[in-house]
Design a binder for this molecule. Structure first.
Ligand SMILES: [Zn+2]
Length: 254
């Protein structure tokens, strides 16, 4: 496919929780998962999939959350603007933000991308605005003044099939994911429709699922895509992230 297409992964923070938060029923010590953001470079524009957390989640290393505490945090240099500048991309040059959903750890960096239009499922936008809740849906993260393009279902961003936004309901009522068609194969940026690879291995949803029926349908579609050779980058999977190279074109290997 299009050789001008590049995907870059960045970690914009950390998510700490017990295993049972990700896979209901799992037990054990606290896990630390990434809070990813992805840059998609296409000959016709730049898009980000998710943007990390707002500045209120920033901590100094000396004041980091203890490893056995639930919560979210990021440290200096992890915000999406700094991540982009580190690879010589001006945050002001990003054309589109695709938020998987509007929870605080997925759109908290939107404000740092002033010239982007935000693409979001209409039902997610409506749900977030109708149900503000601290630490979950906060307007200061997602209502940051850029134009909002509301979509209903699938959307082919460049009209050439290389960057497809697909609905993946379940975690929230209007969750969406992106399938990037790289030269070596398809990569599905899951967002929180699937927190970790283990969720899909055991087909168990997290407790925090807005629509269980839709969530399971989404899992079935993901499992099918995975079986068909699609690489899935999960929402907060620390185990998988250990193998992800940040800030370089994503390479499927071989
Ligand atoms: Zn999340």
């Amino acid at each position: 496919m299009d050789q001008g297409l590049r995907l870059y992964a960045f970690n914009c923070g950390w998510f700490q929780c017990r295993p049972g938060y990700f896979v209901e029923g799992d037990e054990g010590d606290y896990l630390r998962g990434p809070v990813p953001a992805y840059l998609i470079e296409h000959p016709r524009g730049r898009a980000l999939f998710d943007t990390g957390m707002g500045v209120r989640y920033r901590r100094d290393l000396a004041d980091a959350l203890p490893a056995d505490k639930f919560g979210l945090q990021w440290f200096e240099g992890m915000d999406i603007a700094t991540r982009l500048r580190a690879i010589a991309v001006d945050p002001g040059s990003v054309n589109w933000i695709i938020n998987s959903h509007l929870h605080i750890d997925h759109c908290g960096g939107n404000a740092l991308l002033p010239n982007a239009s935000v693409i979001i499922q209409r039902r997610e936008w409506d749900a977030a605005r109708a149900n503000p809740e601290p630490e979950l849906y906060e307007a200061q993260d997602f209502d940051t003044g850029q134009p909002i393009k509301l979509i209903d279902g699938e959307h082919d961003l460049f009209g050439d099939g290389t960057v497809r936004i697909v609905p993946t309901w379940g975690h929230t009522h209007g969750h969406q994911s992106v399938i990037v068609k790289l030269a070596k194969g398809d990569v599905l940026l899951a967002g929180d429709c699937c927190y970790t690879e283990r969720n899909l291995d055991v087909m168990v949803l997290p407790r925090a699922t807005a629509d269980v029926e839709q969530g399971l349908l989404t899992f079935e579609r993901l499992a099918k895509a995975r079986a068909g050779g699609t690489t899935i980058l999960y929402g907060h999977d620390g185990k998988q992230w250990a193998h992800v190279h940040e800030g370089v074109p994503f390479d499927l290997g071989n």
